[in-house]
Structures are given as C-alpha cells and as structure tokens.
Design a binder for this molecule. Sequence first.
Ligand SMILES: Cc1cc2nc3c(=O)[nH]c(=O)nc-3n(C[C@H](O)[C@H](O)[C@H](O)COP(=O)(O)OP(=O)(O)OC[C@H]3O[C@@H](n4cnc5c(N)ncnc54)[C@H](O)[C@@H]3O)c2cc1C
Length: 371
Amino acid sequence: MTSGVVIAGGGLAAQRCAEALRRGGWEGPLRIVGEEAMAPYDRPPLSKGFLSGDLDPAEIALRPAGWHAEQGVELLLGDRASGLDPDRRLLLLASGATLPFEHLVIATGGRARELPGAAGLANVHRLRSIDDAARLRAALLPGARLAVLGAGLIGQEVAATASARGVRVTLIEAEPLPLARALHPRLASWLVDLQRAHGVDVRLGTRLERLESGDSRLEALHLSDGSRLEVDALLVAIGVVPATGWVGADVHQLARAPHIHVAGDASGANHWEAAVHQGRAAAGAILGGAAPAPALTSWWSDVHGVRLQGLGDPVGSDALVVDGDPRGRSFTAVALRRGSPVAALAAGRPRELPRLRKLLTDVHEPAKEAA
Ligand SMILES: Cc1cc2nc3c(=O)[nH]c(=O)nc-3n(C[C@H](O)[C@H](O)[C@H](O)COP(=O)(O)OP(=O)(O)OC[C@H]3O[C@@H](n4cnc5c(N)ncnc54)[C@H](O)[C@@H]3O)c2cc1C
C-alpha cells in the first residue's frame, strides 16, 4: 500500500486538513480513518438545530456526498485507530489493518468526560456524536424532566433547546458561576438570568452527591443543596478529554517529529475555530509552508435565540465595558486587564465581531513582535 498522508479521526479538523492539502497541491494518497459511520460532519448543531429536529443529518455534513471520492480522499469509516508505531510510520486499526504513512495527522477529537457510577443506566446521556444526539432528542418529550449536569456551553445549549421543546430542565453547576474561562462573571450572571427567564431551574454552587437508580434506569439525583431531584433523563456535560488514549504516548511530544501532527480537540483545543485553524496548519506543515500565527481563542453559542460570540480569555480581567442593554439581548462587552482588552463578547450582534476581533488582535500584535 502506498503511504501518503493518513488522518486518524474523521471530524472537522480532519476534513479541513484534507481540503487544505488538496487545495495546496498535495497529490499523493490521502486517507481519513473515522470510527463513526458518517462522513465528517459538524458537531455544533448537535446541541442546537439537530437536537431541536430542525436539521437532518445531510444538513450537518461538512461536504456534500461524493466530495471525498471526487477529491481522491479515501474514507475508511467504521474503523478506529488503535495503535501507532511512529518509528516505522505505521498506524494500526481496530479491524487489524495496518496503514503505512509518510505523514500522520492525529485528529481524533475529544470524548465526553464520564460520570462515575452512571455506566449502564439507559436514561443517562452524553453528547458528542450524532448517535448521542439522536438518542437524547428522543428523550426530550414535552413535560419530561431533564437534569443537565455541567453548565458549560453544551449544557447551556441543551438546556435552552430542551426547554424550548417543553421539557422541564434543571441545570446543575458545581461552581458559583458557569463558564469562568469564557465569560466575565457579570456576563455569566447575565446568561444564568437568561436561562431562568425561560424557565430553566439553574442550581449554582451545587454538586451531585449520589445517583439513585433501579432497573438500569436513573430515578433521582441527590444534590448538595439537600434536594432529591426526580428525573426522566440526565445529560452529563462535565467536560471533554482528548480522545488520544489509543496513541499510547503524549501526542504533543510525538508531534515534535516532522511527520506527526496533531489538530483539533485531540490537542486539547475544544473549539470549532481552533479545529479549523489547526487542521489547516497541519496541512501547511505537511506542504512545507510557514507555521501560521496561533489563532485568537474564539467560540460561539446559541442560547434561547441569542447568538453569543466570544473572543479571548477573560480570566484575571479587572473591568468590563458594556455597550448596549443586556436586558434587550443585544450588546457587546469587552473585558479589560490593566486597561487592555483581553476578551470580548457579542450577544445578538454578529456584525460587531470583526471589530472586536481587530480590537483584541491589535492589542496583542505589538507584544508578539516584541517577543
Ligand atoms: C454538541 C456539541 C456542540 C458544540 N458546539 C460548539 C459551538 O457552538 N461552538 C464551538 O466553537 N464549538 C462547539 N463544539 C466543539 C466543536 O464541535 C469541536 O471543537 C470540533 O468538532 C473539534 O473537531 P475535531 O475534528 O478535533 O474533533 P471531532 O469533531 O470530535 O472529530 C473527531 C472524530 O474522530 C473520531 N475518532 C475518535 N477516536 C477515533 C479513533 N481512535 N480512530 C478513528 N476515529 C476516531 C470521532 O468519532 C470523531 O468522529 C461543540 C461540540 C459538541 C460535541
């Protein structure tokens, strides 16, 4: 078998890497190994339009059917990377096959962190794949009681999507405020108020103490506020860990070799734009180009019809400048540290994003040049 480029993982980073390779003139063999049955698709709709039933699988595919064949990108789906021999440049697959490579891109994404004691309970969900989303959607019946453990972006979005379907949602967060790494505390409070205004029961500073189950189903949660919460379903949304256990070594260490690259959530990135950027950067490195500048942290979310777009890192900020009225659900906010902008949020104002991005990058440019 001829070697060429092998991409382990069949998600966003893999797809963008393959596109950039073909666009950049890579004419050699190009293979994507993905454990899911579906060709690369977009995950953000899994907690939004796909979960609400507004989008079907074809609408979340990253490329139309036939694109991979046309571009000579071989899709090896339903098989998983299970081991690696970096010196002999061999990728081992669960099916027993061995793929030689000239370059390997590790793009196996992340997996949802598991809740101890919940394995085997049929009504306990995680949300990472289209299959997970289809299963969760089936549980979102009007009047059903859903608990969401973890008020990160996925927890927030599922709470909003589910409550819009008439589900009674309790959103449980161990910290006093959610999303500390993405939102200034005042903005996190605003988001909590938005959830509550839509009937979501948000419990902050509250921990899960114990699961009460019977007949392979979760019956109730015992929480640190002393309550016993009866549920029909639980979504565990307590974070993502890189799905790189199969590599058997530290991926960042391995990626120091010129023929091994890591991109997307497998690198610990956990945001859509980072996966795009790193997938393209891996392609650039394979093609021999200069490494692109690291991208500014950026994310977006849709909660109760408000588009939230965040940039930068607000941790340690000491001031917040808000333009607009948060009660009107359309405003921008810039977090400052010692007078310099370090993070920004556009709520319901997508057109402001380029300006905010420029504000943050202009501030960081001189520092980069001086370094
Ligand atoms: C429900 C949900 C909502 C999200 N919403 C947003 C959002 O609004 N904004 C935002 O910025 N980001 C969002 N994200 C995050 C964003 O989708 C991810 O950062 C992005 O998908 C990462 O791309 P990736 O290619 O690194 O990983 P993934 O998209 O996870 O793709 C990895 C693929 O590799 C496969 N795989 C895993 N292990 C193996 C193996 N050993 N062998 C072969 N294949 C394997 C996986 O099954 C998967 O198909 C969301 C994520 C989820 C799950």
